[in-house]
Design a protein around this ligand. Structure first.
Ligand SMILES: Cc1cc2nc3c(=O)[nH]c(=O)nc-3n(C[C@H](O)[C@H](O)[C@H](O)COP(=O)(O)O)c2cc1C
Length: 221
């Protein structure tokens, strides 16, 4: 697949077929993804690639915590405020997704089910967890963002779908416990990965992107 086609085709996938991703495909994706740039080639990322019962157990514990209203404690704090322009895009994506799913504003039960789905990685058979040393800062998190996009685009090339999930790291102690990750690491992201269920309304939703003119100031170009 052409790079620009993969970029345009990638979308967050929020419903998956149960079939696990073959390990050799995950290996191929990761072998290419690690050619990502990073600050001073520090390559701060470490991965746990999870499947089977472990992925299921993680999803169960995350969704139980959500249902029992256990306060979350992500290693990287969730943003509490957004500037207006960002906030309106954030609201728009939520509204659009719930409209596509025919979930009304006041439908607490269906909204709750959506969050349960999210904490269960939307049914993805595999999850790629990315973590870095706790002492590392913003630039290393930025590096994780870059490799995350590599993974997402490579997955697209293999007809796989991904959903990058901050939700997957909201209870990092559960992740540490099941994946045997030491306290010295900060868990940055989880990427749900698997074969998309294209029949699900979830995957009919596509987010809008801002017009270039609103984003770019051209200077002496
Ligand atoms: C850092 C990061 C965290 C995200 N966390 C979540 C999440 O927890 N749950 C979710 O459904 N989507 C999550 N997303 C997906 C975004 O909502 C999605 O990328 C955005 O709405 C744009 O849609 P697109 O990916 O289809 O282009 C996350 C994306 C990023 C980059």
């Amino acid at each position: 697949m052409e790079l620009k086609d993969a970029i345009r085709k990638r979308q967050s996938i929020r419903a998956f077929k149960p079939d696990p991703v073959p390990r050799d495909i995950l290996v191929k994706i990761m072998e290419d993804a690690i050619w990502a740039p990073s600050w001073g080639n520090t390559q701060p990322w470490e991965f746990s690639i999870v499947g089977g019962d472990t992925a299921k157990r993680l999803g169960e514990e995350f969704s139980n915590n959500y249902l029992n209203k256990v306060p979350d404690n992500p290693d990287i704090g969730m943003p509490e405020q957004w500037p207006d322009s960002n906030m309106s895009r954030y609201r728009e994506v939520g509204k659009g997704l719930f409209e596509t799913l025919s979930i009304g504003r006041g439908d607490k039960e269906k909204r709750g089910q959506h969050y349960v789905n999210m904490f269960r990685f939307f049914g993805a058979p595999n999850v790629i967890y990315i973590y870095i040393d706790k002492e590392l800062g913003t630039y290393s998190v930025l590096d994780v963002g870059i490799i995350t996009q590599n993974i997402s685009l490579l997955a697209t090339d293999y007809s796989l779908g991904t959903c990058i999930e901050a939700a997957a790291v909201r209870y990092p102690d559960i992740v540490r416990k099941h994946l045997n990750i030491p306290n010295s690491k900060k868990i940055v992201l989880g990427i749900a990965i698997g074969y998309p269920n294209w029949d699900s309304p979830y995957n009919k939703f596509r987010s809008n992107k801002e017009n270039l003119d609103a984003l770019v100031k051209w200077v002496d170009v």
